[in-house]
Design a protein around this ligand. Sequence first.
Ligand code: ADP
Ligand code: MG
Length: 283
Amino acid sequence: MKMVIKFAGALLEDLGAVKSLAGQVAWLAKQGHEILVVHGGGRVFTATLKRLGIESKFVAGLRVTDRQTRDVAVMVFAGLLNKRLAAAITAAGQPAVGISAADAACFHAEPLVRGDVQGSLGYVGYLTGANREVLASFWREGLLPVAPCLGLGPDGELYNINADHMAAAAAEYLEADQLIYLTDVEGVLRDGKTLSCISCEEVGRLVESGVVAGGMVLKLEAAKRALGGGVNGVHIVGGTVPDGLLAAAGAAGSNRSAGPTAPGTRVLREMTSVGIPAACSAA
Ligand code: ADP
Ligand code: MG
């Protein structure tokens, strides 16, 4: 299977989680899956800007990313965090290569333009393409690519991309079978309980009713996009759940599975009365 696995930035700050997840990614790669890891790192980025005394302007909740701010994004995402993750996966036995959009132009971006925002957001973009040949060449050689949330613009500049949207768009462009979001909560929660399945149709209701807010809204929008773009399975799972990634990837039944019921939340194209997966009935 071809899989895109997105690591939340918060998980990269937890070295125990990095080690455990790197082991699971390495194990999946050894089963023959073609894996692209995409990661964010918003909190480390914000902390680094603060440390450097660089102040950010926000418009409609979005950071205006000037050149200086963008350079810090490249340092943090394509530097520190990307290398930390590639090193951990490699140490777990699966040689991994940290690549940013600049390397062999592997991820393309266009500047993000928002109707509700006057003027430019600077170096903030959205993914418009992925270099499938370059990525396939890594997989052929038994290497696992790890990419930060950056894209190369038509002007040759790097643009910061929302990592959830980048993962969804990359999954679509690579025709991935599965997209797995590893996050800092156990899944999509309602009244403190994890919803084991939700349909695209339900996403709107959960947002309107305020059950889902903040970063989870973006994640579910991205999940919908991926499903609409032909990705068959989208799963949101806690990165610190023991063997959660393996279970989400459908490794259940293997001797490394956490149990018969996958943890986290599956996002489904539609909820049909026929063929509802067993896991859904527990919701
Ligand atoms: P990530 O780094 O994985 O993208 P985000 O912080 O962007 O994480 O999004 C996940 C966050 O969304 C959670 O930590 C939580 O604070 C928030 N959130 C809001 N509503 C929900 C919900 N119903 N279920 C789970 N998380 C939610
Ligand atoms: Mg997020």
